[in-house]
Write a protein of this length. Structure first.
Length: 254
């Protein structure tokens, strides 16, 4: 294990601490100096126009996207150094994507069990019990022997959430998880995320669901042009935004 993980951390410190984050793809600078701290149990919703760097930002938190400059600390541990243990990091930081990425030839139960069994080498009986409890939690207990192709998009996304939770992460990242869903299935996925958040899980969500962000978030962050333009409690951001760009964006989406 790398020296970046040999650091003490206490819950009164930020669980995620991003400092001076820059990220470019070729000559295009996507993130232009992001500073953000997230505390344990907080629910952060990131909103903004397409191309504003929202998804890139959260993908840097679990090491999926390398950065060009800056530092990211997770539970006090520097995770942007060259010696970072990516497996240990992704054990801490669960992530659910817009696409479900389920294995089509595996049952729902097998999909949920796979990572703890193959990556963490946990006992099969223990993982099966936890996976079944999580499928019940996302209201899909009766689907455990089905294959992903037999499920609706919303059901597949709930399986993906259960799969990520089965790794017992300390925090969860959600990247536009309802963007590919039919409107009638969006609510069931949002309700599942709400339950996860209200049980105390630290959550960072990129979302276009403004009503959901208003309801669930402790803080809403508006990004544009690779920068955080404004952040604050939902009541302030949605009802009394201070920045002209925030006002302009919300006038188009609300």
């Amino acid at each position: 294990m790398s020296t970046e993980y040999a650091v003490s951390w206490s819950p009164d410190q930020p669980i995620i601490d991003i400092r001076g984050l820059h990220k470019s793809f070729g000559n295009f600078e996507v993130l232009k100096g992001i500073d953000l701290s997230v505390h344990q149990g907080e629910v952060i919703c990131i909103i903004g126009p397409s191309g504003s760097g929202k998804s890139t930002l959260i993908r840097t938190i679990n090491g999926l996207t390398p950065i060009n400059k800056g530092e990211i600390f997770v539970e006090g541990q520097l995770i942007t150094g060259p010696k970072v243990d990516k497996l240990a990091l992704r054990r801490k930081v669960g992530m659910v994507f817009q696409q479900y990425n389920l294995f089509p030839h595996r049952t729902v139960l097998d999909n949920v069990m796979m990572a703890p069994r193959l990556v963490l080498k946990e006992p099969k009986a223990e993982v099966r019990e936890r996976a079944r409890a999580l499928l019940a939690k996302v209201r899909l207990a009766e689907k455990e022997d089905h294959f992903p192709g037999e499920l609706s998009g919303g059901q597949q996304q709930r399986v993906a959430i259960a799969r990520s939770l089965c790794m017992r992460p300390d925090m969860m990242l959600f990247d536009e998880v309802t963007a590919a869903l039919d409107p009638e299935t969006v609510k069931e996925v949002l309700n599942t995320i709400k339950e996860v958040a209200t049980e105390g899980m630290t959550c960072v969500l990129v979302t276009h669901e403004m009503g959901f962000a208003r309801e669930i978030a402790d803080r809403v962050i508006f990004t544009d042009g690779g920068r955080i333009v404004e952040m604050g409690p939902p009541a302030q951001i949605f009802s009394d935004p201070q920045d002209t760009r925030t006002k302009e964006f919300l006038s188009q989406v609300l």
